[in-house]
Design a protein around this ligand. Structure first.
Ligand code: CAA
Length: 251
């Protein structure tokens, strides 16, 4: 995965300009209509699989339905011999503002651990064709992790990357602690994960750093699940939903 600071607006532009094409494209693949994503083939040779996350009111928060549809669209492009690469993008305001906090708010440790919560997100990183994230706006939490699962990130002027889970009383659960460390180095990754502070495209590019990916993802998933056993995780997400400041008790 590498950060490239380019004008993601170029990739986004035609999706704003061609609503008719996009609505027709929802029917791409045998699976029928998608609710949370727009899908089409683009390029002179129609060989680029284009997926746009489409929950604008929720800043493309990655609800379960969206991630399932994303997996289906990736499966379809993987199987399509005419497709050479895939682009995943959002809007100018948000690539994705993270996993859906409203969906997670009342989850228990047992549900997370027993159901291996978020395990299916990994599909993005196992696609054998090159996957490009075209990022503008918020790429936070699971949104940052989704971008980092892609092979290349093209980041626009308004891109903001961050892992703000600590502000919700939890930790990144989809590879953030591992991939961010490899993308920007341990020091900046720790600062971002421990403070929730964001970086822009320039800062991400300047900090680009590569290490090999190891078993850490598995450990991270277990630690992420275990935050669902704490009162503070519940309080953090409830406070977000109720639009108030979290009252953490350190338990
Ligand atoms: N989940 C669910 N809904 C979300 C969301 C999320 N991650 N992020 C934003 N939204 C919703 C808001 O609730 C709001 O909806 P309503 O109008 O219905 O209340 C709408 O999107 C717009 O959001 P804001 O009004 O908050 O917009 P803003 O411009 O004031 O702030 C923001 C934008 C800074 C991105 C802010 O929305 C925010 O902090 N979002 C949460 C970011 C976050 O914590 N992400 C990590 C999630 S946990 C995770 O991802 C775990 C993991 O590792 C997989």
């Amino acid at each position: 995965m590498s950060f490239l600071c380019r004008n993601a607006a170029l990739l986004l532009k035609s999706s704003r300009a061609a609503p008719a094409l996009l609505s027709a494209s929802r029917l791409y693949s045998s699976g029928g209509q998608y609710e949370y994503i727009l899908v089409e083939k683009r390029g002179d040779k129609n060989n680029v699989g284009f997926i746009q996350l489409n929950r604008p009111k929720a800043l493309n928060a990655l609800c379960d339905g969206l991630m399932k549809e994303l997996g289906q669209a990736l499966d379809a492009f993987e199987a399509d011999k005419d497709v050479g690469a895939v682009v995943i993008t959002g809007s100018e305001r948000a690539f994705a503002a993270g996993a859906d906090i409203k969906e997670m708010q009342n989850r228990t440790f047992q549900e997370c651990y027993g159901g291996n919560f978020l395990a299916h997100w990994n599909r993005v990183s196992t696609v054998r064709k090159p996957v490009i994230a075209a990022v503008n706006g918020f790429a936070l939490g699971g949104g940052c992790e989704l971008a980092m699962m892609c092979d290349i990130i093209y980041a626009g002027e308004k891109a903001q990357f961050g892992q703000p889970e600590i502000l919700l009383g939890t930790i990144p659960g989809a590879g953030g602690t591992q991939r961010l460390t490899r993308a920007v180095g341990k020091s900046l990754a720790m600062e971002m994960v421990l403070t929730g502070d964001r970086i822009n495209a320039q800062e991400a590019k300047q900090s680009a750093y590569e290490l090999t990916l190891a078993e850490g993802n598995r450990l991270e998933k277990r630690l992420f699940h275990s935050t669902f056993a704490t009162d503070d995780r519940k309080e953090g997400m409830t406070a977000f939903v109720e639009k108030r400041k979290a009252n953490f008790q350190d338990q």
